[in-house]
Design a protein around this ligand. Sequence first.
Ligand code: SAH
Length: 380
Amino acid sequence: MTEARIQGRAPAPDADAAPQATRLIGLDRDDFAAVMAQLGEKPFRARQLWHWVYGQGARDFSAMTTLAKAFRARLQEGFSLDRPEAAEDTLSVDSTRKWLFRFVDGELCETVFIPNGERGTLCMSSQVGCTLNCTFCHTGTQRLVRNLEAGEIVGQLMAARDAIGEWELPSQGRLLTNIVMMGMGEPLYNFDNVAKALKIVMDPEGLSISKRRITLSTAGVVPLMARCGEELGVNLAVSLHAVTDELRDVLVPINRKYPLDELLKACRAYPGVHNSRRITFEYVMLKGINDSPADARALVRLLKGIPAKTNLIPFNSWPGAPYECSTRPAIARFAEIVNDGGLSAPVRSPRGRDILAACGQLKTASVRVRGRRRAAPDHG
Ligand code: SAH
């Protein structure tokens, strides 16, 4: 009797005692070759598998009909095709869609899909949380939990394609056409994983999103900007937001490390930048802080000589935010001055505000509870 009870409390014999399956999503061409070597398969099998995983988005090894049954069975035993799980899936009235993705360790990130006519942009995260502490950004109030792995970055795209049913439509116009690395985190602080992920995403025999349709946004991690241009060749966006070091030190504190002068030098030298491929300078419109006509004129002067366009982002508020959005007339006046100065200055219309999916609003609920509150910045 006693013995039976003790046995009852002991862990049940584990039927799944096999070592954890290796996730294929996030592995690159070299990794696939290594898997073939490990399994004693011919190298050309790697290409077939690649096609099924990243080209077809197969979710089940049994669907991989060009592979021998025995090979499929071995893949089934040791590998998985798992994507991050959608813990939440929210649709805005303007059809922006936001997912809260959960990873194996329980950490969460947000990913936003923004359909816009012919184009559909997926805004992906590079980190859980962020270390930058930009004072107007909600994500910045969340402490960094960790970098995302390459597989967790590619996984956001795969899961989004699953959700919008994109795999079945290869020959027709795609819904998801563009990617912006503008979600949670600073992509250049997680460069290796972001680079590995984007190379997988750009592979023409796989997910096949061209570098011209990918934009990476940085707050200005100067030492990594050249590598980003050389190794990835993606479009660059820079979160500028201020025209003086004094103000930028407050709004985008990484400026204390890499001031405007160095940042703009790195922009001038960004590989592949020219008039048909301009750098986008993001500029959040904050009432009474950075939105005066004098600021607009200074912005034009600052960007002289750089193949640049600006993107004016009306500030998206969040609970406890220490700023307000500039008034419509102030934004219109600012845009007019920048336009007259020869720079394109579209005002970004906020998308998905009702589901907290707009720029700078991403912040996962789990961390919101734990997150510290920050004091309002003091910059007079
Ligand atoms: N860390 C990167 C990418 C993430 S932020 C970067 O700083 O560029 C994506 C863009 O949204 C940045 O330009 C950021 O400054 C802007 N942003 C952040 N919070 C915002 C808010 N509350 N309203 C409007 N834009 C915001």
